[in-house]
Design a protein around this ligand. Structure first.
Ligand code: 8IG
Length: 271
């Protein structure tokens, strides 16, 4: 094994600390599957299983307080019919300017807590006009437009099949109508211009958001299997003739909660 960059060693040490605190505070020694619930996904949380313990993220070492309305900043240990699930309600984003290690601390903590599968969800804009707000879309691949990497040093990581074909097939068994898309991550916090959306379309992107790709890269570097699901909460800029706002994100989440919660509940039990 190639020597890890000191920044990786330090990030992993912080995650070990957080995982130890998590085990102590939840009374659950190890978790199997992690779920990160992004914008609009919070109403689906209660459908995943029985909550055994709930903490505020900042009760755990090295987590930043939430910066976005609709992000609860909670961590739950959920029993999904015997599968111990670690759920993060909300995440840290690049635009908070806490750095890439803050953005990926939950992923590293989940891996240190024993999780071998991670489900990354988000709210995003859609480039396919047939995806009305409230449509869940499986992430088939991503395009990283942030100009940043969450890895440190000469750490070469293969990203082929980053978003597990096995878990996507499982999702389509549960909900056969689910479309797939290619997620383009921007840094944010501004939404795109209509010209940027046309660029994304030209390079093969169909979803735009401000999260997920950084987390997926780190999850892969740690050997986790990754499922990505976007909730399209708005048509991408320039497509609807209307300005984008955060309230429609929360509204789309409430509207789609039952479908998303049911899907996640099945996946957690069968993954
Ligand atoms: I919710 O249209 C949500 N998040 N970049 N663009 C980007 N992020 C988003 C969007 C969007 N909608």
């Amino acid at each position: 094994m190639v020597t890890q960059h000191p920044a990786t060693v330090e990030a992993q040490a912080r995650a070990q600390e957080a995982a130890a605190a998590l085990a102590e505070q939840t009374g659950v020694a190890s978790h199997a599957i992690a779920v990160v619930l992004g914008s609009g996904w919070e109403p689906a949380t209660d459908l995943l299983g029985t909550t055994r313990a709930a903490l505020t993220v900042t009760d755990l070492p090295h987590f930043a307080p939430p910066a976005v309305a609709g992000h609860a900043g909670q961590v739950r240990s959920i029993d999904a019919d015997g599968t111990p699930v670690l759920a993060f309600l909300g995440r840290t984003h690049l635009y908070e300017e806490r750095g890439v290690d803050a953005v990926t601390h939950a992923v590293r903590t989940a891996a240190a807590a024993g999780c071998r599968v991670i489900v990354l969800t988000n709210g995003c804009g859609g480039l396919d006009a047939s995806w009305s707000p409230g449509t869940p879309v499986l992430i088939a691949d991503h395009i990283n437009l942030t100009g940043m990497s969450p890895l440190h040093g000469a750490h070469f990581v293969d990203l082929t099949d980053l978003y597990s074909p096995r878990l996507r097939a499982l999702c389509r068994q549960v909900d056969p109508g689910l479309p797939e898309g290619v997620y383009a991550q921007f840094r944010g916090p501004m939404y795109e211009t209509p010209a940027e959306i046309e660029m994304v379309r030209a390079i093969g992107g169909t979803l735009v958001g401000m999260s997920t790709a950084m987390e997926a890269i780190v999850a892969r570097s740690l050997g986790m299997e990754i499922l990505g699901i976007s909730l399209v909460t708005n048509l991408a800029a320039g497509m609807s003739g209307k300005a984008l706002n955060h309230e429609e994100v929360l509204q789309a989440g409430r509207q789609a909660a039952a479908r998303m919660g049911g899907l996640l509940a099945q996946v957690l039990r069968q993954a």
